[in-house]
Design a protein around this ligand. Structure first.
Ligand code: G6P
Length: 496
């Protein structure tokens, strides 16, 4: 413990030096002085490249940043995570979601995986005899599988997969009008099997499906008893362990609807890619790793440059939902105000993460990002390969990505003031050779590990979310009060 706190004092000193050096250098100068900057300020791993050369960071500062994993003793912290130590002290849980994708998992985990993949395969191939599958889930029971289904869909599934999350009566009714209950399946994905939005829609589906519900419904859950009590056949319950955090549950049976969309073999490739990220993290938890570098980059934006946002901008259209997915992963995990010993944090924690499709955002928010008075760091994400025969379209996407990266970093310094761009706006560029299932699995697992790296740097619990619980508790009480009263706008003014 003494060793750890000595290391932490040393780490704080490095952070102080980094911060005090910061009036950030001009990126354009750094490029002029250092022709090798691109190669030196990038990391390549498993078909991905993270290029952080356009971030205002000189070599001495960069060397200090890259040394942080050693100073905070990241390696033993990673060992503790993989060994199943309690990394979520407020709920006395480990975080072993890596076991959901590893080949060396326990027989129980492998059996759960086989059951899930077998169902995904029956649905995808049409052998289940269904034309439509409705996935009901929210938060972690929605964002990961929906991203994977969207990213890796090759239009070859026998079922159309529909995603229901927020309570939206109009959308629900519209969807049901297109469906035949005898040819529709439903997956109720909920770790707790008690989330209001999910259970409300599950109940409505049960009523609508009537006699077809029993044969056509499945549950992905850590709460088997509740699922069975709800009316799911015991053999239709796809269980996963309670230590699986909701936002880390994509790899569990929560992924079954994504598997139905993309097929079980692509889903297995996704898992295999994630397992490679786990091995890489265990082998070398240092700056040679994409995961660690992503974590250090976010740390630099948030703590050293004191920037409160992070935009995740997809120039690979298959990754349109990456920003939404990372919003939950990063913000629920790191959105904390106290450290592991319940002491208030002296430094800011999570950035506000948002995202979308690159060229859509160019036509909406980029004006403000280029010339507005605040600086907002970005991560631009693209890929080199096209999978749909529109080679020029992919090249156009890449050209836009590189043009935006240049404009943010270099700025424009001639012409009238309203034509100028200040530049020096921090931009990371993340490129894939090709967005295969393995590459996506590797990327998502790397982001999970990046979040863990940040939690070690900042000494916070990345695996609880008590703030969310408080909102749910209040909503239940308010709902009761609303139900007893006729609603009017006047009565709701100042409702407290
Ligand atoms: O899977 P469920 O138990 O239905 O939970 C769904 C979601 O609920 C809450 O919002 C949690 O903060 C999320 O982490 C979780 O993913």
């Amino acid at each position: 413990m003494a060793l750890l706190s000595a290391a932490r004092d040393d780490y704080k000193e490095v952070c102080r030096v980094l911060r005090e050096n910061n009036s950030p250098p001009e990126v354009a100068d750094l490029f002029r002085r250092d022709p090798d900057r691109g190669a030196a300020f990038s990391v390549l791993q498993q078909g991905w490249m993270l290029d952080y050369s356009r971030i205002p960071l000189d070599r001495p500062q960069r060397d200090l940043l890259l040394d942080l994993p050693r100073r905070v003793q990241l390696r033993p912290a990673v060992d503790r995570l993989f060994d199943g130590a309690i990394v979520n002290p407020s709920e006395a849980q480990p975080a072993l979601h890596m076991q959901l994708r590893g080949q060396d998992a326990s027989p129980e985990r492998l059996a759960e995986r086989r059951q899930m993949l077998a169902l995904a395969d029956r649905l995808h191939s049409g052998r289940a005899g269904l034309t439509d599958l409705v996935h009901i889930g929210i938060g972690g029971s929605d964002l990961g599988p929906r991203l994977v289904a969207d990213a890796l869909d090759e239009d070859d599934s026998a079922v159309r997969v529909h995603w229901l999350s927020t309570l939206d009566g109009r959308r629900f009714e519209r969807l049901l009008r297109q469906l035949d209950p005898a040819r529709t399946g439903v997956v109720i994905a909920s770790k707790s099997f008690s989330t209001e939005e999910t259970m409300t829609q599950a109940e409505a589906m049960r009523v609508w499906m009537g006699k077809d519900f029993e044969a056509g419904s499945w549950a992905s859950t850590a709460n088997v008893d509740r699922a069975v009590a709800f009316g799911i056949r015991p053999e239709h319950v796809l269980p996963f362990p309670v230590w699986t955090g909701g936002r880390y549950s994509l790899w569990s049976s929560v992924g079954v609807s994504a598997g139905a969309q993309i097929g079980s073999s692509r889903f297995e490739e996704l898992l295999a890619g994630a397992a490679v990220a786990d091995q890489a993290m265990q082998r070398a938890p240092d700056a040679s790793s994409l995961a660690v570098m992503l974590g250090l980059m976010i740390h630099y934006f948030r703590r050293e440059l004191a920037l409160p946002t992070l935009g995740v901008v997809a120039y690979e259209p298959r990754l349109a939902l990456l920003g939404d997915y990372l919003q939950q992963l990063v913000m629920e995990s790191l959105g904390k105000g106290v450290d592991l010993t319940d002491q208030p944090l002296a430094q800011p924690s999570v950035p506000l993460v948002y995202g979308g499709r690159g060229t859509d955002l160019q036509h909406s928010i980029f004006q403000a990002l280029h010339q507005g008075t605040d600086t907002h760091p970005l991560l631009l994400v693209g890929s080199l390969a096209d999978s749909h025969g529109h080679v020029e379209w992919q090249q156009a996407q890449l050209a836009h990505l590189l043009a935006q990266a240049a404009a943010f970093a270099r700025g424009r310094h001639d012409g009238a003031p309203h034509r100028r761009l200040p530049g020096n706006r921090p931009v990371g560029v993340l490129l894939a050779e090709r967005l295969t299932p393995e590459a996506l699995g590797f990327l998502l697992a790397s982001f999970e590990h990046a979040v863990y790296v940040l939690s070690v740097l900042w000494q916070i619990n990345a695996y609880d979310q008590w703030g969310v619980e408080e909102g749910k508790r209040l909503a239940a009480g308010i709902r009761q009060r609303l139900a007893n009263d006729a609603l009017s706008l006047e009565k709701l003014a100042g409702f407290f």
